[in-house]
Ligand binder design. Structure first.
Ligand code: NAP
Ligand code: ZN
Length: 372
């Protein structure tokens, strides 16, 4: 999820004094300012309406976007208090009278969106992630409650049934949680870029998104090469499915990959040299940015002109596409590599995430919030 409109929410402060709908109290972890640690608090959520699903959250992944948003790194869109979390897996606790697609007890997921207008051209095409009236899972204006949306670092969430995904029961709920953002964000450009047999795919950055990109590209049948700045991740990259690993600081190793890629998916969260990767594309090759560094990236025109290459971007995926990805992961037994933590360890986890010291996704066990 991305900047201003997308990831991020140019939301107004929650005003729960005059809510438009009946509300319930829910325990959560929130940041009250950019430099402050997240702490326990109570938030108000709406009671489930006729089309709503109320979910007891089991696990929530920690995406780097949560960190960008909490620290207000994307141009001032963050409103406090913020309850992050958009990699949510839980069990259905209650459904509204008009909900037919989910039942109490089902294993379900919620990703980066909780609503959209469902009538614009993007929604009609199943591309809710581009809807101008899309409502993000946290830090977005919530017309239903009149306040701000709060994410998955919480006990429960109430979401319109259309935005609730079915999670295959054969997946571990903790490993499935990151699929709701890291999974779909890499799946979408891989599918659009035709990743499969006979295609050479590069994945730049072996973090939460990158490691899912490797697993998915390999399962789709592509030849997969990881580019990392972390020499210690080499063996893991191979174990996760890469055919080769390149240390991006090694100039000779980079040169050996010259003009050989059909598709490169760039997941890097910070400033880096985009030209170095564009020059690894074949003629008509495509590089897609999914990472969202706060500062602008520079591109040399000749990196694109020579070889008729393209540079594109991609943000999460539509609801139908997200379900397709989850079903694929169920069929192939694919989940994220997770380090499960208690919510009380979230601030330490953020420090490690900022330093690229995560192997490869934190998943918060929300039982720790109920019991803690
Ligand atoms: P992450 O787990 O922190 O992974 C990012 C990886 O980038 C790191 O593990 C590291 O990989 C590499 N990296 C970090 N700093 C670097 C630097 N200074 N130079 C070069 N490489 C560096 O983060 P994530 O959760 O995967 O998210 C990655 C980015 O995607 C974030 O900006 C996030 O906001 C964005 N995002 C976008 C969408 C979307 O819809 N487009 C969705 C989710 C997240 P190595 O150690 O292997 O080098
Ligand atoms: Zn995310």
């Amino acid at each position: 999820m991305l900047r201003a409109r997308a990831v991020d929410g140019l939301a107004a402060h929650a005003d729960t004094r005059h809510p438009k709908e009946a509300m319930q109290e829910t325990r959560a972890y929130a940041a009250f300012e950019a430099a402050a640690p997240l702490i326990a608090t109570n938030i108000a959520r709406r009671e489930a309406g006729p089309r709503d699903v109320e979910i007891d959250i089991l696990f929530c992944g920690i995406c780097h976007s949560d960190l960008h948003m909490v620290r207000n790194e994307w141009g001032g869109g963050t409103r406090y208090p913020i309850v992050p979390g958009h990699e949510i897996v839980g069990r259905v606790r209650r459904v509204g009278a008009a909900v037919t697609e989910h039942r109490v007890g089902d294993l379900v997921g919620v990703g980066c969106m909780v609503d959209a207008d469902r009538s614009c051209a993007d929604c009609v095409e199943g591309l809710e992630q581009f809807c101008p009236n899309q409502v993000l899972t946290y830090n977005a204006h919530d017309a239903r409650s009149g306040g701000v949306t709060y994410g998955g670092y919480s006990e429960r969430i109430v979401v319109d049934a259309h935005f609730v995904l079915r999670v295959p029961e054969n997946l571990s709920p903790a490993a499935a949680a990151p699929l709701l953002c890291a999974g779909i964000t890499t799946w979408s450009p891989l599918r659009r870029g035709g990743a499969g047999p006979g295609k050479k795919v590069g994945v730049v950055g072996l973090g939460g998104l990158g490691h899912m990109g490797v697993k998915l590209a390999r399962a789709l049948g592509a030849e997969v090469v990881v580019f990392t700045t972390s020499a210690r991740k080499r063996d893991d990259a191979l174990r996760l499915g890469a055919h080769d690993v390149v240390l991006s600081t090694d100039r000779d190793a980079m040169r050996r990959q010259h003009k050989s890629f059909d598709l490169i998916v760039d997941t890097v969260s910070a400033q880096h040299d985009v030209d170095a990767y564009l020059n690894l594309l074949r003629r008509d090759g495509q590089m897609t940015l999914v990472g969202a560094p706060p500062e602008p990236l520079s591109v040399a025109a000749f990196s694109l002109l020579l070889g008729r290459r393209s540079l594109s971007g991609s943000t999460i995926g539509g609801i139908a596409e997200t379900q397709e990805m989850l079903d694929f992961c169920g069929a192939h037994g694919l989940g994220a590599e997770v380090e499960v933590i208690a919510i009380q360890a979230v601030n330490e986890a953020y420090t490690r995430l900022a330093a690229a010291q995560v192997d490869y996704r934190f998943a918060i066990d929300l039982a720790s919030l109920r019991d803690g």
